[in-house]
Design a protein around this ligand. Sequence first.
Ligand code: HAM
Length: 423
Amino acid sequence: MEAVQAVRGMNDILPDQVGWWQEVERVARDVLERFGYREIRTPVPEKLDLFARSIGESTDIVEKEMYAFQDRNEDWIALRPEATASVVRAYIQHKLHADPGTQKFYQIGPMFRHERPQKGRYRQFHQIDAEVFGIDGPMIDAEIMHMLHLFLDRVGVTGVMLNINSLGCRNCRKAYREVLRDYLVSAGNDFCPDCLRRRDTNPLRVFDCKVERCQALIEGAPALIDYIDAECRAHFDAVRNYLEKLGTPYAVNPRMVRGLDYYVRTTFEVITDRLGSQNAIGGGGRYDGLVRDLGGPDVAAIGFAIGMERLILLLQQGREAPARVPPVFAAALGEAARSEAFLLVQELRRRGVEAEIDYEGRSLKAQMRRADKSGARYVVILGEDEINRGELQLRDMVEKTQRVVPLENAAGTIIDAAGHDRA
Ligand code: HAM
């Protein structure tokens, strides 16, 4: 019979790889919480409408990549393609804006986009997402990028670049949209059908097009950053100034518009040249106005998301997966000894030490081989003779020494030896 396979573009994360995920999440939580972010967990499915209203009807994500379906009540549901819209929805629904002061949230979890799978691009992928509500000023823009940079440094990523841009406010965008549309019209009708349509509906999205001839045609397009008003310009200059004071390296990339409609003013991406065409490790920006558009108060907001698969692919280029090694392995021969070893291993675990045992009653030689392969530092050896003498052998696999330990309070002695007592 043919075995069932996972859905295309959706990956299992197997135990020999999961160490990367645990480490990245641990560092992320540590850094985010230090900057005042609190974890939030929202559902994977949301009403389809939420994403159409926030990310934008004419974006690739909403037009082409959504996992959308009608449930048994015929309600339109989508698997979230990103986390920002969901966090905003929760923020409004639970009136989190009523709490005084700034609100900072983070979310770690799977997202879904029906893209063509390739290295670094999957249909289920994971993001570390951070969102801040209630701050207009440029200080938070710089802080969030500084935090992102610190996280990447702590987790051990090298060779990445922070690109920043300003998309101006909605007014600037309105003016620029006309300028861009005029340019696109003057560039002729050689654009792909998508871009021809977008020229009328949402010209900025032409910049997301991957078709080569479209890219060539927009090469000479005017840059948005040259059309932003004085206030937006001052905001952007202040962000840059703070980044410089913080020593966070960046480059201004006037071509970067990001693929989601909700952005205003500061946008940014972390780019690498080591992952082929999937070069964005993370990205984000301001989205003042979105909370109001989705039915909440008029609060400013900014955030970013990191793609965990891409981040881990980069980390894997530099080093081995972080290994998890049980410090103690118990090998026993004979029924009485096996029973004793079984009880000892459970006691070690109750007292906070990771310990392993051979459950199958194999030969001592086979058990020792397994102990060696497990990478355990200490091996407990128990046979009939040891039981009769009320002892066990404790072997230190690194020092290559072995000593006799009384069975009485053996767990305590082993814990002392291993320098562990995490009970
Ligand atoms: P985004 O640029 O669409 O932004 O996605 C952020 C990151 O998710 C990308 O830089 C990439 O690393 C990863 N990513 C996206 N699609 C895939 C995929 N198909 N396979 C693997 N990784 C992928 C957002 O999602 C915004 N919500 C970020 C944000 C938060 N803006 C404000 N707050």
